[in-house]
Design a protein around this ligand. Structure first.
Ligand SMILES: [Zn+2]
Length: 75
């Protein structure tokens, strides 16, 4: 995908992703459809929901973050 322009100030957006620190490493965040289904035993149950990796652009001028949830092939 093309680098978007900042929706707030029209500045240049740089490609990146929001870092999610997890036990034993860093995971790329994902987006899942629907509402979270909380379980006291397992956290959020994911089941067979469709999931996408989140790509986030950051404006180099004002710092605004804009995220896209796309299938892996589109990154
Ligand atoms: Zn901006």
């Amino acid at each position: 995908m093309e680098e978007p322009k900042c929706g707030k100030c029209g500045g240049e957006m740089e490609r990146g992703f929001v870092v999610d620190n997890t036990y034993g490493g860093v995971a790329r965040p994902q987006w899942a459809e629907g509402d979270p289904d909380y379980s006291i035993w397992m956290g959020v149950k994911m089941g067979n929901r469709e999931r996408f990796t989140v790509r986030t652009f950051r404006c180099t001028t004002c710092g605004f973050l804009e995220s896209y949830a796309l299938p892996e092939a589109a990154h």
